[in-house]
Structures are given as structure tokens and as C-alpha cells.
Design a protein around this ligand. Structure first.
Ligand code: DQA
Length: 167
């Protein structure tokens, strides 16, 4: 089907008007693909980031920026700089989820809504994974769906932002 002249650039402009989303993954998640595949699956973090970016385009996100760090301070710095650059974020804090008051404080300190994400279902695992320090600072949590937790978190976040914008 032929497009009317200028339609492609209008489509790009429309897509660019959606939310800017930050996706952060914490310690050891760079090892996805080979790390305990019976728990975390065989998909790499690069695969997940590619799926998130593609789904973000379908959902009309202006951008989906994905980062992983093993360093708590780097995650804190990225959260601290999110105001004005992103409308929402996804955070898989990995083990820091269960320990980091600093991550909780960082999320509380910025007006950027966050969805907590986990590949596994930590609440069905060891007792020390059952508590989340960051949950009270998040709008929602998606866990237990494997790598799809990230995708479902993105969809939920985009809907949440649209609902808030129209209310
Ligand atoms: C995890 C669950 C955490 O308990 C664990 O420390 C991780 C990954 C998940 O995505 O299932 O590193 O956040």
C-alpha cells in the first residue's frame, strides 16, 4: 500500500510523543542466558533489551533506554538523574531489591513512577528473597513470568501513564 507523502515522518513524530522509559537492571543480570537457566531462562539481557525497545516502539514510547549495573551507586545515579528525562521506569534491582534502603530512598526522591520487575517469583523462593525494600516506593510489581515480566511491566507502565494523563 502506498503511503501519502509525509506519512512516514508523521508516524515517527507521533511515536516520539509517547513516554520516555528508563529500564534498570541490577547485579548479576548481565549473566542472564547462562546464570541458573532453570530459574532465569536462556534469554540474554541484550535479547530482553531488544524486545523492550521493539515493544516500546509499538506502544508509542518516545524511547526505552536500558542499562544494567553491578554497582548500587550507578543505579542510584541513574534514578537520581531520571527527573525530566523519563516519564517512567522499570527496575529489576536483583539482590539489591532485598537489601537496599538507598534504592528505596532514591525512588522516593524522584517523581518518576517505577514498576518493580523480577524474572523469577522471589516470594516463592528462599525466605531472604521474600521482602522487597523497594516495593513501597513502586506503583506496581511484575514477577514470575520469566523475561516477559519486563515486557508486561512496560505495558502496565505505559497504560498507567496514559490513565494518569487522562484523569
Ligand atoms: C531477581 C530475583 C532476586 O531475588 C535475585 O537476587 C536476582 C534476580 C529476578 O529477576 O528474579 O538477582 O531480581
Amino acid at each position: 500500500m502506498s503511503r501519502p507523502k509525509g506519512a512516514a515522518s508523521r508516524t515517527r513524530a507521533a511515536a516520539a510523543s509517547g513516554p520516555r522509559v528508563l529500564v534498570l537492571s541490577g547485579p548479576n543480570l548481565q549473566l542472564l542466558g547462562t546464570r541458573e537457566p532453570e530459574i532465569y531462562g536462556r534469554e540474554t539481557l541484550a535479547d530482553i533489551h531488544a524486545r523492550l525497545e521493539a515493544r516500546g516502539r509499538e506502544l508509542g514510547c518516545a524511547k526505552v533506554d536500558c542499562y544494567q549495573s553491578n554497582h548500587e551507586g550507578e543505579l542510584l545515579d541513574r534514578i537520581g538523574r531520571a527527573t525530566g528525562s523519563y516519564e517512567g521506569m522499570l527496575l529489576n534491582g536483583a539482590a539489591l531489591t532485598h537489601t537496599s534502603l538507598a534504592l528505596f530512598d532514591a525512588l522516593r526522591a524522584v517523581p518518576v513512577p517505577c514498576v518493580e520487575v523480577h524474572i523469577s517469583n522471589p516470594e516463592a523462593r528462599e525466605a531472604y528473597r521474600r521482602a522487597s525494600m523497594i516495593a513501597p516506593a513502586c506503583i506496581a510489581k511484575v514477577s514470575g513470568f520469566g523475561s516477559d515480566s519486563y515486557l508486561l511491566g512496560l505495558e502496565g507502565l505505559v497504560r498507567w501513564l496514559a490513565r494518569r494523563a487522562s484523569s
